[in-house]
Design a protein around this ligand. Structure first.
Ligand SMILES: [Fe+2]
Length: 285
């Protein structure tokens, strides 16, 4: 069985990385975590980022079979629905999506959620074909309950579990997040062979690093990750993670992103005149 071809697309506006993953033998492809461009100030939605991935797929004569979400992103809108419309690909996410929808659906007035927003809800150990390759689903909750990682041959797309070794790990203070659970999810990934390639979902550059980066290995994470490297025990990690989470701001696009992403990247339904609106729940400071 061959290795997948992997193309990364970095969105500087949201520090997110999308991936085009293909089986070179059959030209079947998956797009992982595609971004729908959104400007919160103007309300403008654009498809530049998704078009870039789809153009690359077309240039390589790929058939996009899957759109795979590693989780419900809180920092960018998903282009999953758009890519499904354009290509006929099936959209998949972890089965924990139900827990995320049940918290955020009522909060954001999203009473139009329906089963068809996602074609597949994966559980740990599920496998999906990608031509002659196999995509394995590894449940990696902790950042959110719906977090999964996708393993294809020696490559794992880790979503928001770990970041690059010099930056650490994902926050665990969203509803359903859990630092101990994240630690155990990360250990599962790090129990893979040291040379396993790991592909991040985000990069913010660490202090002292000039370039964005998104690919590392299990070995590098074990040796150098600033939050979990060098055999950091769970209790010490949880204390560090919770302390750091208490200092973090709410992500800039939290409400816009979540209300689109719990719909699988579908925009909220149009009003009678065709206009669409996002909701921001108000609360007392
Ligand atoms: Fe995230």
């Amino acid at each position: 069985m061959g290795a997948p071809s992997i193309t990364a697309f970095f969105d500087e506006a949201t520090n997110s990385v999308s991936y085009l993953v293909a089986d070179p033998a059959t030209r079947e492809a998956a797009i992982i975590d595609p971004v729908l461009d959104f400007d919160a100030a103007s309300g403008k939605v654009a498809t530049r980022s998704a078009d870039r991935v789809l153009s690359a797929a077309a240039a390589q004569s790929l058939r996009v079979e899957w759109v795979l979400e590693t989780h419900v992103h809180a920092d960018h809108l998903s282009a999953a629905s758009l890519i499904r419309e354009r290509t006929g690909a099936k959209v998949g996410i972890g089965s924990g999506i139900a827990a995320v929808q049940s918290v955020f659906g009522p909060l954001l007035g999203a009473d139009d959620l329906h089963d068809g927003d996602f074609d597949r809800r994966f559980v740990d150990g599920d496998t999906l074909p990608l031509g002659e390759l196999t995509i394995e689903v590894i449940a990696t909750p902790g950042h959110t309950p719906a977090c999964v990682s996708y393993k294809v041959d020696d490559a794992v797309f880790v979503g928001d579990t770990m970041f690059m070794p010099d930056y650490g790990t994902a926050r665990t203070d969203f509803p359903g997040g859990n630092a101990g659970q994240l630690y155990r999810s990360i250990q599962r990934i790090l129990s893979l062979p040291r040379q396993t390639r790991l592909f991040m979902c985000h990069d913010y550059k660490a202090p002292g690093r000039e370039e964005f980066a998104w690919e590392t290995t299990v070995g590098e994470q074990l040796d150098r990750n600033v939050h979990i490297g060098n055999g950091k025990p769970e209790a010490a990690f949880v204390e560090m993670r919770q302390g750091r989470d208490a200092t973090l701001n709410v992500p800039r696009l939290l409400y816009p992103a979540i209300q689109v992403n719990i719909r699988g990247g579908r925009l909220p339904p149009a009003e009678a005149d065709g206009s669409r609106f996002l909701k921001i729940p108000l609360s007392e400071a």
